[in-house]
Design a protein around this ligand. Structure first.
Ligand code: ADP
Ligand code: MG
Length: 549
């Protein structure tokens, strides 16, 4: 067989490697979670490939993950009969970091991570950003990866590295598709060749991997597809564990909220969905979704964007349906009727669940809103069918509410004095600026509250939500608002004076303004700028500028 070829790691890999090794030494044991989860992914992919292509090499035996420990040789061998890798894939997957977004993120947090007192946060980052494989070098002085791809014509490859600077690639000897990873342990890592210790780690992180994981021949995990069990049989602790499993979350992290749906009609599916406690850093990248889609317990899409609308992209978890074909490709999913029904059902159930949460546990809902409200609000403008339900969930600051509290539209309406007929709001860049706005004065005097909307997305909300509970939403910065307190006599008297004042101002300002009008809205200030009805609001202008319009 041809001699080994030596190749350098991409420079970034080296950086990530030292980052992983230096920031995680207190949490070494996660190396196993990372390798087991890669093996489990490889088995999922193999199942899918075997069902969708005729020309691939068949798996030998039942899908399984085997771990063998050798105390004397100080090695751990983790083997799977999954999809395997071709030579090019090995070089690409284990020699570079393909997800450059992740890398950028890690780099920008490198200093923080290095100094991190909070080891859990570091572990979490590394789990989330898919540099998992390199965790092997926390415990191993050398790693050998021998692999054979299921793809037709593939040859076995042996990848080797001591984690410093370079790796070698040579021909391997594997006869059946799959991957064997051998860790040659460092001096002080003896505990990892003890079966009880490895089993303990597996139960902690990998209990719900749905393939058997054996340790020296004995199965060590529970394997249950949690989402198929009756709701009442699943404990909070199991939810937390499963949540960590599907998100690569860190020890001790719990979901903020979960929803378990199992229905048979009009479409059969199970969904086990979670909302994390904190918004992930990539939440605003609109293409990042993280719900796994299974068809009859086989993973078909790892990050499906078709099971929930874009404004619910904070959901994490699993959807599994008997009504989906295994043969369906990503492109075909677009048109899949069953999937459309699943999405509609999930949307309905999630919104209903959140509504219930807002009523039964307003504090927990407030936490949710703080992290994900900005995203959920997008729904008002993109989902006409559920607009009103989403509007009910929306929370806003207002002139009459303390800064740290938010109001629902329902609460706003309930507090309206009888004379007030419409819902008033003002959009802008900060609460501080809005509070100083001269537009507010007249409303304050009359005891009318004004919603203060300070997020760019609010501009979209008010463009789409023209009415709530049959009351118009009106921007107090737009056009003329009739506050309904005409004083005819005073009008007549002041009429002439005002006319001449207005024309004087008009001729001074000229083309710089559309119009100059007398207003009843000011009490303390002499004048203010208003946008014409139909003009873009301040935030909308900000958004357009950001998009380079
Ligand atoms: P991630 O799992 O987030 O993609 P990893 O660093 O854990 O990142 O793994 C990098 C890539 O290496 C995986 O995406 C996969 O393509 C490949 N890989 C790792 N382990 C295996 C394995 N046991 N079988 C097949 N491919 C693997
Ligand atoms: Mg991984």
């Amino acid at each position: 067989s041809p001699a080994a070829v030596e190749m350098p790691f991409q420079a970034e890999v080296q950086q990530v490697l030292s980052l992983v090794i230096n920031s995680l030494y207190a949490n070494q044991e996660v190396f196993l979670r990372e390798l087991v989860s890669n093996a489990s992914d490889a088995l999922d992919k193999a199942r899918f490939l075997a069902l969708t292509r005729k020309d691939v090499t068949e798996q030998e035996g039942e899908p399984a993950i085997s771990i063998k420990l050798d105390d004397e040789a100080r090695t751990i061998v983790i083997e799977d009969n999954g999809i395997g890798m071709t030579r090019d894939e090995v070089v690409q997957n284990l020699g570079t970091i393909a997800k450059s977004g992740s890398l950028e993120f890690l780099k920008s947090h490198a200093e923080e991570l290095r100094r991190a007192q909070d080891k859990d946060a570091a572990v979490k980052l590394i789990g989330q950003f898919g540099v998992g494989f390199y965790a092997a070098f926390m415990v191993a002085a050398r790693v050998d990866v021998e692999t054979l791809s299921m793809l037709p014509g593939a040859e076995a490859v042996l990848w080797r590295s001591a984690g410093a600077g370079s790796f070698t690639v040579a021909a391997g000897e594997r006869k059946h598709p799959g991957t064997t990873i051998t860790l040659h342990l460092k001096e002080d890592t003896r505990e990892y060749t003890k079966a009880w210790r490895i089993k303990e780690i597996i139960r902690k992180y990998s209990d719900f991997v749905h393939f058997p994981i054996s340790v020296n021949g004995e199965v060590a995990n529970r394997k249950a597809a949690l989402w198929t069990l009756p709701k009442s049989q699943i404990t909070e602790e199991q939810h937390a564990e499963f949540f960590r499993h599907v998100t690569g979350g860190y020890e001790g992290e719990t979901p903020l909220w979960h929803l378990h749906v199992s229905i048979d009609a009009p479409v059969q599916f199970h969904a086990l969905l979670y909302v994390p406690e904190k918004a992930p850093p990539d939440l605003f990248q609109r293409d990042r979704r993280a719900v796994r889609l299974y068809a009859k317990r086989v993973l078909i899409v790892e990050d499906c964007d078709k099971v929930a609308p874009i404004y619910l992209r904070f959901l994490r978890g699993v959807v599994d349906s008997e009504d989906l074909s295994l043969n369906v490709s990503r492109e075909m999913l677009q048109e899949d009727k069953a999937l459309k029904q699943i999405e509609a059902q999930i949307t309905k159930q999630v919104l209903k669940g959140l509504k219930e949460l807002s009523e039964s546990e307003p504090e927990r809902f407030a936490k949710f809103w703080k992290e994900f409200g900005k995203v959920l609000k997008e729904g008002v403008s993109v989902d006409w069918k559920n607009k009103d339900t989403i509007a009910d969930l929306c929370r806003f600051g207002s002139m009459n509410t303390p800064e740290d509290q938010l109001l629902s539209l329902k609460q706003y309406v309930a507090a309206m004095p009888e004379s007030q007929k419409e819902i008033y709001y003002l959009t802008g860049t900060s609460r501080r600026a809005l509070e100083k706005s001269p537009h507010i004065e007249a409303f304050k005097k009359r005891g009318y509250d004004v919603l203060l909307m300070t997020e760019p997305v609010d501009e979209w909300v008010v463009q789409s939500l023209t009415e709530y509970d049959k009351r118009r939403l009106r921007s107090i910065a737009h056009g003329d608002i009739d506050l309904g307190d005409k004083d005819e006599k005073a009008d007549e008297l002041a009429g002439e004076q005002i006319k001449s004042a207005v024309s004087a101002v008009k001729s001074t300002l000229g083309d710089r303004v559309k119009d100059v009008r007398a207003s009843r809205r000011l009490t303390d200030s002499a004048s203010c700028l208003v946008a014409a009805e139909g003009d873009l609001g301040v935030n909308m202008e900000r958004i357009m500028r950001m998009m380079g319009e």
